[in-house]
Design a protein around this ligand. Structure first.
Ligand code: HEC
Ligand code: HEC
Ligand code: HEC
Ligand code: HEC
Length: 195
């Protein structure tokens, strides 16, 4: 210990330099990490690949893109978790999409995209079923929904859905994109226990 202090005293200029460098280094790692997270959370980033794959064209004009008040849900609001841990995990998992874009393109033509749509949709539904539609709930708070202001149909279905332990995505799917071929979430999860 003593010898370290002696070393620092004798070479304090050098030590200050090293300390300053370490400081700059960790701040810039933090800033660039934050920059990467912020950039990869924009609509433009997702659309840079998914414009090709119609998800953007289909989303355009839906209630989550444009509505009376101008409050929107963009790609990441529905597809990326909000807590830091799951957020970073999701970003790491999404690096597979780099492979499927540049090395073995899987959705680069309309035909390939359509062939894969149902599988991708099911991946999304499974994620949302497992996290109890966390992304939807980050905006639509069930406890703050004023059922009295909802349509009679919405009101009765929401009461029933709650009693049966159903999650949002089991009833509200294909709200931002075209409905995929094959089973919807209701059939897909029919044999699985409710939450
Ligand atoms: C570098 C290009 C690229 C970018 C940028 C990109 N994606 Fe993808 N994405 C893909 C590819 C390719 C697939 C198909 C992967 C496969 O075949 O399994 C995909 C699949 C998906 C799926 C289907 C489910 C799944 O995990 O396979 C969703 C949802 C999705 N992307 C959402 C997003 C969102 C939201 C963003 C913005 C945060 C985004 N993508 C940014 C290329 C990209
Ligand atoms: C970023 C916030 C946000 C997220 C995330 C979000 N929504 Fe919305 N949602 C809105 C807004 C804003 C409206 C439009 C309200 C209005 O103007 O009437 C809306 C409208 C709706 C409507 C009403 C449609 C209509 O025609 O009246 C439904 C149903 C809905 N959302 C379901 C969902 C589901 C299911 C999810 C998850 C997959 C989700 N939302 C995610 C903000 C969000
Ligand atoms: C059991 C099925 C079911 C579940 C579960 C469900 N909904 Fe609905 N929801 C409906 C139906 C049916 C409507 C009425 C649609 C219509 O009128 O065309 C509706 C309407 C809505 C509306 C529009 C309300 C209005 O009055 O215009 C919103 C917003 C909404 N749901 C959000 C959600 C969210 C968020 C969740 C999860 C917390 C959820 N719903 C869970 C079936 C369900
Ligand atoms: C309101 C929530 C919401 C928004 C906003 C949204 N998505 Fe989705 N997305 C979903 C849901 C739910 C699914 C599962 C399939 C379905 O129900 O349509 C899905 C499915 C997908 C898929 C799988 C293929 C398919 O068509 O089913 C891709 C890729 C995708 N979304 C990309 C995007 C991109 C890119 C954006 C932004 C331009 C976006 N999503 C905006 C809710 C959303």
């Amino acid at each position: 210990m003593k010898s370290i202090f002696r070393w620092i005293r004798q070479r304090w200029m050098l030590s200050m330099g090293i300390a300053a460098l370490l400081g700059v280094f960790s701040v810039s790692v933090g800033i660039s990490g934050a920059y990467v997270l912020a950039h990869t959370s924009t609509e433009e980033f997702c659309v840079s690949c998914h414009e090709m794959s119609y998800n953007f064209a289909e989303y355009k004009g839906t209630i989550h893109d444009t509505n009376r008040t101008g409050v929107r849900a963009i790609c990441t609001d529905c597809h990326v978790p909000h807590e830091p841990g799951p957020l970073v995990l999701a970003k790491l998992k999404a690096t597979k999409d780099l492979y499927y874009t540049y090395i073995s393109p899987s959705i680069d033509t309309p035909e390939k995209f359509e062939a894969k749509r149902a599988v991708m949709a099911q991946t999304v539904w499974r994620t949302m079923k497992a996290n109890d539609s966390h992304q939807c709930r980050s905006c639509h708070r069930e406890d703050k929904m004023n059922l009295e202001l909802q349509t009679a149909k919405a009101k009765s279905r929401h009461a029933k859905g709650k009693a049966e332990g159903k999650t949002c995505i089991e009833c509200h799917f294909a709200i931002a994109h075209k409905e995929p071929e094959g089973p919807g979430p209701a059939e897909l999860f029919a044999d699985e226990p409710a939450k």
